[in-house]
Design a protein around this ligand. Structure first.
Ligand code: ATP
Ligand code: MG
Length: 363
Protein backbone atom coordinates (compact mmCIF):
# COMPACT_ATOMS: atom_id res chain seq x y z
CA UNK A 1 0.00 0.00 0.00
CA UNK A 2 1.75 3.17 -1.17
CA UNK A 3 -0.46 6.07 -1.96
CA UNK A 4 1.19 9.46 -2.35
CA UNK A 5 -0.29 12.49 -0.66
CA UNK A 6 1.16 15.84 -1.66
CA UNK A 7 -0.02 18.55 0.69
CA UNK A 8 0.29 22.23 -0.15
CA UNK A 9 3.81 21.99 -1.54
CA UNK A 10 5.59 25.19 -2.51
CA UNK A 11 9.03 25.82 -3.92
CA UNK A 12 10.65 29.01 -5.16
CA UNK A 13 14.24 28.70 -6.38
CA UNK A 14 16.67 31.32 -5.13
CA UNK A 15 16.71 34.01 -7.80
CA UNK A 16 13.41 32.76 -9.21
CA UNK A 17 10.71 35.42 -9.42
CA UNK A 18 7.62 33.21 -9.44
CA UNK A 19 7.25 29.96 -7.47
CA UNK A 20 8.17 26.85 -9.50
CA UNK A 21 5.50 24.98 -7.52
CA UNK A 22 2.80 27.00 -5.82
CA UNK A 23 0.76 25.63 -2.90
CA UNK A 24 0.05 22.42 -4.78
CA UNK A 25 -1.91 19.45 -3.44
CA UNK A 26 -2.45 16.10 -5.15
CA UNK A 27 -3.37 12.61 -3.97
CA UNK A 28 -2.31 9.55 -5.93
CA UNK A 29 -4.02 6.35 -4.78
CA UNK A 30 -2.08 3.11 -4.41
CA UNK A 31 -1.17 1.51 -7.78
CA UNK A 32 -2.39 4.43 -9.81
CA UNK A 33 -0.49 5.70 -12.83
CA UNK A 34 -0.57 9.48 -12.56
CA UNK A 35 0.72 11.67 -15.37
CA UNK A 36 1.90 15.22 -14.70
CA UNK A 37 1.33 17.09 -17.94
CA UNK A 38 2.11 20.69 -18.77
CA UNK A 39 4.21 23.04 -20.86
CA UNK A 40 7.93 23.56 -20.35
CA UNK A 41 8.76 25.35 -17.11
CA UNK A 42 5.41 24.72 -15.38
CA UNK A 43 7.08 22.89 -12.46
CA UNK A 44 6.69 19.19 -13.31
CA UNK A 45 10.29 18.20 -12.63
CA UNK A 46 10.42 20.34 -9.50
CA UNK A 47 7.32 18.61 -8.14
CA UNK A 48 8.67 15.15 -8.98
CA UNK A 49 12.04 15.95 -7.38
CA UNK A 50 10.29 17.02 -4.19
CA UNK A 51 8.42 13.71 -4.09
CA UNK A 52 11.76 11.96 -4.64
CA UNK A 53 13.51 13.95 -1.93
CA UNK A 54 16.00 15.52 -4.34
CA UNK A 55 14.59 18.97 -3.73
CA UNK A 56 13.42 20.33 -0.39
CA UNK A 57 10.11 22.25 -0.36
CA UNK A 58 9.73 25.72 1.15
CA UNK A 59 6.39 24.62 2.55
CA UNK A 60 4.11 21.61 2.55
CA UNK A 61 4.46 17.87 3.09
CA UNK A 62 4.86 14.66 1.14
CA UNK A 63 3.41 11.40 2.48
CA UNK A 64 4.16 8.03 0.92
CA UNK A 65 2.20 5.03 2.14
CA UNK A 66 0.92 7.00 5.12
CA UNK A 67 4.45 7.95 6.20
CA UNK A 68 5.56 11.59 6.25
CA UNK A 69 8.73 11.51 4.15
CA UNK A 70 9.22 15.26 3.81
CA UNK A 71 12.40 15.19 5.88
CA UNK A 72 13.72 11.83 4.65
CA UNK A 73 16.54 11.49 2.09
CA UNK A 74 15.68 9.77 -1.23
CA UNK A 75 17.15 6.39 -0.24
CA UNK A 76 14.81 6.15 2.74
CA UNK A 77 11.65 6.81 0.70
CA UNK A 78 11.38 3.42 -1.06
CA UNK A 79 11.19 5.03 -4.50
CA UNK A 80 12.94 4.48 -7.80
CA UNK A 81 13.42 7.11 -10.48
CA UNK A 82 13.92 7.07 -14.23
CA UNK A 83 15.25 10.30 -15.68
CA UNK A 84 15.12 11.81 -19.12
CA UNK A 85 18.88 11.38 -19.55
CA UNK A 86 18.99 7.66 -18.91
CA UNK A 87 22.26 7.33 -17.05
CA UNK A 88 23.18 3.69 -17.54
CA UNK A 89 26.80 2.79 -16.86
CA UNK A 90 28.43 2.18 -20.28
CA UNK A 91 31.31 0.08 -18.90
CA UNK A 92 28.93 -2.36 -17.20
CA UNK A 93 26.96 -5.17 -18.77
CA UNK A 94 23.21 -4.93 -19.00
CA UNK A 95 23.00 -7.53 -16.21
CA UNK A 96 25.23 -5.49 -13.90
CA UNK A 97 23.40 -2.28 -14.73
CA UNK A 98 20.04 -3.76 -13.84
CA UNK A 99 21.41 -5.48 -10.72
CA UNK A 100 23.40 -2.47 -9.51
CA UNK A 101 20.92 -1.26 -6.91
CA UNK A 102 20.37 -4.75 -5.51
CA UNK A 103 24.12 -5.26 -5.23
CA UNK A 104 24.43 -1.99 -3.34
CA UNK A 105 21.79 -3.34 -0.98
CA UNK A 106 23.95 -6.49 -0.57
CA UNK A 107 21.28 -8.89 -1.76
CA UNK A 108 22.55 -12.46 -2.21
CA UNK A 109 23.80 -13.35 -5.70
CA UNK A 110 21.10 -15.93 -6.44
CA UNK A 111 18.37 -13.42 -5.59
CA UNK A 112 19.98 -10.74 -7.75
CA UNK A 113 20.18 -13.20 -10.65
CA UNK A 114 16.55 -14.17 -10.31
CA UNK A 115 15.23 -10.61 -10.00
CA UNK A 116 17.41 -9.22 -12.81
CA UNK A 117 16.26 -11.98 -15.13
CA UNK A 118 12.65 -11.30 -14.26
CA UNK A 119 12.98 -7.55 -14.90
CA UNK A 120 14.91 -8.21 -18.11
CA UNK A 121 12.09 -10.52 -19.19
CA UNK A 122 9.47 -7.83 -18.63
CA UNK A 123 11.45 -5.43 -20.81
CA UNK A 124 12.55 -7.93 -23.43
CA UNK A 125 16.20 -7.47 -22.56
CA UNK A 126 17.11 -11.14 -22.00
CA UNK A 127 19.17 -11.43 -25.20
CA UNK A 128 21.33 -8.47 -24.16
CA UNK A 129 22.15 -9.31 -20.52
CA UNK A 130 25.80 -10.03 -21.33
CA UNK A 131 26.35 -6.98 -23.50
CA UNK A 132 27.95 -3.74 -22.43
CA UNK A 133 25.36 -1.00 -22.44
CA UNK A 134 27.60 1.11 -24.67
CA UNK A 135 26.74 -1.47 -27.36
CA UNK A 136 22.98 -0.88 -27.11
CA UNK A 137 20.64 1.33 -29.11
CA UNK A 138 18.97 4.32 -27.46
CA UNK A 139 15.72 2.42 -27.05
CA UNK A 140 17.44 -0.57 -25.48
CA UNK A 141 19.37 1.66 -23.10
CA UNK A 142 16.11 3.31 -22.10
CA UNK A 143 14.68 -0.11 -21.33
CA UNK A 144 17.71 -0.87 -19.16
CA UNK A 145 17.05 2.32 -17.19
CA UNK A 146 13.44 1.26 -16.60
CA UNK A 147 14.47 -2.32 -15.70
CA UNK A 148 17.00 -0.96 -13.23
CA UNK A 149 14.23 1.01 -11.52
CA UNK A 150 11.57 -1.72 -11.39
CA UNK A 151 13.99 -4.43 -10.24
CA UNK A 152 14.13 -2.62 -6.90
CA UNK A 153 10.41 -3.29 -6.49
CA UNK A 154 9.90 0.20 -5.10
CA UNK A 155 6.62 1.31 -3.55
CA UNK A 156 6.69 4.27 -5.89
CA UNK A 157 8.09 4.69 -9.38
CA UNK A 158 8.91 8.21 -10.56
CA UNK A 159 9.61 8.87 -14.23
CA UNK A 160 10.63 12.19 -15.77
CA UNK A 161 10.15 12.25 -19.55
CA UNK A 162 11.74 8.82 -19.98
CA UNK A 163 10.86 8.63 -23.68
CA UNK A 164 12.00 12.06 -24.78
CA UNK A 165 15.36 10.93 -26.14
CA UNK A 166 13.84 8.36 -28.46
CA UNK A 167 12.93 8.94 -32.10
CA UNK A 168 9.25 9.07 -33.03
CA UNK A 169 8.84 5.41 -33.99
CA UNK A 170 10.73 4.04 -30.96
CA UNK A 171 8.71 6.35 -28.75
CA UNK A 172 5.51 4.88 -30.09
CA UNK A 173 6.74 1.30 -29.57
CA UNK A 174 8.13 1.94 -26.12
CA UNK A 175 5.00 3.79 -25.05
CA UNK A 176 2.93 0.67 -25.71
CA UNK A 177 5.51 -1.54 -23.94
CA UNK A 178 5.52 0.77 -20.96
CA UNK A 179 1.75 0.67 -20.77
CA UNK A 180 1.81 -3.13 -20.72
CA UNK A 181 4.59 -3.12 -18.13
CA UNK A 182 2.86 -0.82 -15.67
CA UNK A 183 -0.24 -3.02 -15.82
CA UNK A 184 1.96 -5.97 -14.87
CA UNK A 185 3.97 -4.45 -12.06
CA UNK A 186 1.09 -2.45 -10.49
CA UNK A 187 3.31 0.10 -8.80
CA UNK A 188 2.14 3.57 -7.88
CA UNK A 189 3.73 5.71 -10.59
CA UNK A 190 4.17 9.42 -11.24
CA UNK A 191 5.09 10.08 -14.83
CA UNK A 192 6.13 13.50 -16.11
CA UNK A 193 5.67 14.55 -19.72
CA UNK A 194 4.84 17.58 -21.82
CA UNK A 195 3.52 15.28 -24.57
CA UNK A 196 -0.26 15.23 -24.38
CA UNK A 197 -0.56 12.08 -26.49
CA UNK A 198 1.69 10.21 -24.07
CA UNK A 199 -0.37 11.51 -21.16
CA UNK A 200 -3.66 10.40 -22.69
CA UNK A 201 -2.24 7.02 -23.67
CA UNK A 202 -0.57 6.07 -20.40
CA UNK A 203 -2.34 7.75 -17.53
CA UNK A 204 -5.01 6.35 -15.24
CA UNK A 205 -5.36 10.01 -14.40
CA UNK A 206 -3.78 13.14 -15.81
CA UNK A 207 -2.90 16.22 -13.76
CA UNK A 208 -2.62 19.23 -16.05
CA UNK A 209 -0.18 21.83 -14.70
CA UNK A 210 0.48 25.45 -15.52
CA UNK A 211 2.77 27.92 -13.77
CA UNK A 212 3.26 25.83 -10.63
CA UNK A 213 -0.40 24.94 -10.21
CA UNK A 214 -2.67 22.06 -11.13
CA UNK A 215 -5.62 23.10 -13.29
CA UNK A 216 -7.39 19.77 -13.57
CA UNK A 217 -6.98 16.15 -12.41
CA UNK A 218 -9.16 13.64 -14.20
CA UNK A 219 -9.18 10.53 -16.35
CA UNK A 220 -7.61 11.09 -19.79
CA UNK A 221 -10.96 11.10 -21.62
CA UNK A 222 -12.53 13.49 -19.11
CA UNK A 223 -9.62 15.90 -19.46
CA UNK A 224 -10.02 15.65 -23.23
CA UNK A 225 -13.82 15.91 -23.33
CA UNK A 226 -14.48 18.25 -20.43
CA UNK A 227 -11.45 20.52 -20.09
CA UNK A 228 -11.82 22.58 -16.92
CA UNK A 229 -10.38 25.64 -18.63
CA UNK A 230 -9.68 27.07 -22.06
CA UNK A 231 -5.96 26.44 -21.45
CA UNK A 232 -6.51 22.72 -20.83
CA UNK A 233 -8.70 22.39 -23.94
CA UNK A 234 -6.07 24.18 -25.98
CA UNK A 235 -3.13 22.20 -24.58
CA UNK A 236 -4.67 18.76 -25.01
CA UNK A 237 -5.64 17.42 -28.40
CA UNK A 238 -4.28 17.88 -31.88
CA UNK A 239 -5.69 20.14 -33.20
CA UNK A 240 -6.50 21.97 -29.96
CA UNK A 241 -10.13 22.45 -28.98
CA UNK A 242 -11.85 25.27 -30.91
CA UNK A 243 -13.12 28.23 -28.94
CA UNK A 244 -15.53 30.79 -30.38
CA UNK A 245 -16.61 33.93 -28.58
CA UNK A 246 -20.33 34.19 -28.88
CA UNK A 247 -22.83 36.78 -27.70
CA UNK A 248 -25.64 35.85 -25.35
CA UNK A 249 -29.05 37.40 -25.93
CA UNK A 250 -31.31 37.17 -22.91
CA UNK A 251 -34.95 36.77 -23.77
CA UNK A 252 -38.06 36.39 -21.70
CA UNK A 253 -38.79 32.90 -22.99
CA UNK A 254 -35.52 31.46 -24.24
CA UNK A 255 -32.01 32.89 -23.88
CA UNK A 256 -30.11 32.54 -27.14
CA UNK A 257 -26.47 32.57 -28.22
CA UNK A 258 -25.57 34.52 -31.31
CA UNK A 259 -22.79 33.27 -33.55
CA UNK A 260 -22.26 35.51 -36.55
CA UNK A 261 -25.71 35.75 -38.06
CA UNK A 262 -26.84 32.43 -36.55
CA UNK A 263 -28.76 31.99 -33.33
CA UNK A 264 -28.90 28.88 -31.15
CA UNK A 265 -30.92 28.29 -27.99
CA UNK A 266 -28.61 28.73 -24.99
CA UNK A 267 -28.27 25.81 -22.57
CA UNK A 268 -29.24 26.25 -18.94
CA UNK A 269 -25.68 26.82 -17.65
CA UNK A 270 -25.19 29.71 -20.09
CA UNK A 271 -28.53 31.29 -19.24
CA UNK A 272 -27.78 30.89 -15.53
CA UNK A 273 -24.34 32.52 -15.80
CA UNK A 274 -25.94 35.75 -17.00
CA UNK A 275 -22.83 36.96 -18.91
CA UNK A 276 -23.25 38.77 -22.22
CA UNK A 277 -20.44 36.81 -23.91
CA UNK A 278 -19.44 33.14 -23.52
CA UNK A 279 -16.92 30.79 -25.11
CA UNK A 280 -18.20 27.92 -27.19
CA UNK A 281 -15.73 25.02 -27.11
CA UNK A 282 -15.93 22.24 -29.70
CA UNK A 283 -13.40 19.65 -30.88
CA UNK A 284 -12.59 19.54 -34.59
CA UNK A 285 -13.84 15.97 -34.99
CA UNK A 286 -17.28 16.87 -33.64
CA UNK A 287 -18.04 19.36 -36.38
CA UNK A 288 -19.81 18.04 -39.44
CA UNK A 289 -18.83 19.93 -42.59
CA UNK A 290 -20.98 19.98 -45.71
CA UNK A 291 -21.45 22.07 -48.82
CA UNK A 292 -24.06 24.77 -48.27
CA UNK A 293 -27.02 23.59 -50.30
CA UNK A 294 -30.45 24.49 -49.07
CA UNK A 295 -31.55 25.72 -45.69
CA UNK A 296 -29.48 24.50 -42.78
CA UNK A 297 -30.80 24.56 -39.26
CA UNK A 298 -28.74 25.41 -36.21
CA UNK A 299 -25.46 25.45 -38.09
CA UNK A 300 -22.74 27.90 -38.96
CA UNK A 301 -21.96 29.58 -42.24
CA UNK A 302 -18.25 29.39 -42.78
CA UNK A 303 -15.57 29.71 -45.40
CA UNK A 304 -12.72 27.25 -45.94
CA UNK A 305 -9.46 29.17 -45.51
CA UNK A 306 -6.83 26.41 -45.48
CA UNK A 307 -7.24 22.76 -46.48
CA UNK A 308 -4.54 20.32 -45.29
CA UNK A 309 -4.59 16.68 -46.40
CA UNK A 310 -3.05 14.72 -43.49
CA UNK A 311 -3.24 11.16 -44.76
CA UNK A 312 -5.98 9.78 -42.53
CA UNK A 313 -8.10 12.94 -42.62
CA UNK A 314 -8.44 16.49 -43.93
CA UNK A 315 -7.78 19.36 -41.57
CA UNK A 316 -9.75 22.43 -42.59
CA UNK A 317 -9.20 25.86 -41.11
CA UNK A 318 -12.51 27.64 -41.52
CA UNK A 319 -13.50 31.26 -40.96
CA UNK A 320 -16.73 31.99 -39.09
CA UNK A 321 -17.25 35.74 -39.09
CA UNK A 322 -13.91 37.10 -37.89
CA UNK A 323 -13.10 33.91 -35.90
CA UNK A 324 -11.53 30.62 -36.94
CA UNK A 325 -12.29 26.94 -36.37
CA UNK A 326 -10.42 23.73 -37.12
CA UNK A 327 -12.55 21.00 -38.65
CA UNK A 328 -11.61 17.39 -39.40
CA UNK A 329 -13.25 15.56 -42.32
CA UNK A 330 -12.70 12.45 -44.36
CA UNK A 331 -10.17 12.83 -47.14
CA UNK A 332 -12.83 12.31 -49.81
CA UNK A 333 -14.67 15.48 -48.75
CA UNK A 334 -14.26 17.85 -51.67
CA UNK A 335 -13.40 21.35 -50.63
CA UNK A 336 -11.19 24.15 -51.91
CA UNK A 337 -9.87 27.18 -50.06
CA UNK A 338 -12.31 30.05 -50.50
CA UNK A 339 -15.32 27.75 -50.78
CA UNK A 340 -18.33 28.30 -48.55
CA UNK A 341 -19.07 25.61 -45.97
CA UNK A 342 -21.87 24.69 -43.68
CA UNK A 343 -20.65 23.57 -40.25
CA UNK A 344 -22.77 21.63 -37.83
CA UNK A 345 -21.30 21.15 -34.34
CA UNK A 346 -22.60 18.13 -32.46
CA UNK A 347 -24.67 19.90 -29.86
CA UNK A 348 -23.97 17.47 -27.01
CA UNK A 349 -20.22 17.89 -27.64
CA UNK A 350 -20.30 21.65 -27.20
CA UNK A 351 -18.73 22.92 -23.98
CA UNK A 352 -19.55 26.38 -22.62
CA UNK A 353 -16.94 28.42 -20.82
CA UNK A 354 -16.83 31.81 -19.14
CA UNK A 355 -15.37 34.38 -21.52
CA UNK A 356 -13.84 36.36 -18.65
CA UNK A 357 -11.55 33.66 -17.21
CA UNK A 358 -11.95 30.68 -19.56
CA UNK A 359 -13.36 28.32 -16.92
CA UNK A 360 -15.93 25.66 -17.76
CA UNK A 361 -19.58 26.42 -17.05
CA UNK A 362 -20.86 23.23 -15.45
CA UNK A 363 -24.18 21.92 -16.69
N1 ATP B 1 17.79 24.66 -10.18
C1 ATP B 1 17.01 25.69 -10.52
N2 ATP B 1 17.33 26.96 -10.16
C2 ATP B 1 16.51 27.99 -10.48
N3 ATP B 1 15.37 27.89 -11.15
C3 ATP B 1 14.99 26.66 -11.54
C4 ATP B 1 15.79 25.49 -11.25
N4 ATP B 1 15.16 24.42 -11.75
C5 ATP B 1 14.03 24.88 -12.35
N5 ATP B 1 13.93 26.22 -12.22
C6 ATP B 1 12.79 27.05 -12.69
O1 ATP B 1 11.61 26.59 -12.08
C7 ATP B 1 10.53 26.53 -13.00
C8 ATP B 1 10.00 25.11 -13.12
O2 ATP B 1 11.02 24.29 -13.67
P1 ATP B 1 10.82 22.73 -13.90
O3 ATP B 1 12.14 22.17 -14.30
O4 ATP B 1 10.18 22.14 -12.70
O5 ATP B 1 9.81 22.73 -15.13
P2 ATP B 1 9.28 21.52 -16.04
O6 ATP B 1 7.80 21.60 -16.00
O7 ATP B 1 9.92 20.24 -15.61
O8 ATP B 1 9.78 21.95 -17.49
P3 ATP B 1 10.32 21.02 -18.71
O9 ATP B 1 9.10 20.46 -19.39
O10 ATP B 1 11.01 22.04 -19.59
O11 ATP B 1 11.25 19.99 -18.16
C9 ATP B 1 11.09 27.10 -14.30
O12 ATP B 1 10.74 28.44 -14.39
C10 ATP B 1 12.58 26.92 -14.16
O13 ATP B 1 13.26 27.91 -14.89
MG1 MG C 1 11.24 18.91 -16.56
Amino acid sequence: MADIVIERLSKTYSGGKAPAVNDLSLTIPDRQFMVLLGPSGCGKTTLLRMVAGLEYPDAGRVMIGGRDVTDLPPRKRDIAMVFQSYAVFPHMTVFDNIGFGLKMKRRPAHEIKQRVEQAAGLLQLEPYLGRYSAQLSGGQRQRVAVARAIVMEPSVLLMDEPLSNLDALLRLQFRAELKKLVKEIQTTTVYVTHDQVEALSLGDRVAVMRAGNILQVDSPMTVYDFPATEFVGGFIGNPPMNFLRVAVRPDAGQTRVVIGDQELPAPAEVAAAGDDTVLLGIRAEYIQASSPNGAALNGLDAQALVVEPLGSHLLITAGVGDQQLKVVTRTDFEVQPGQRLHLQPEVDKIRWLRASDGTLLRA
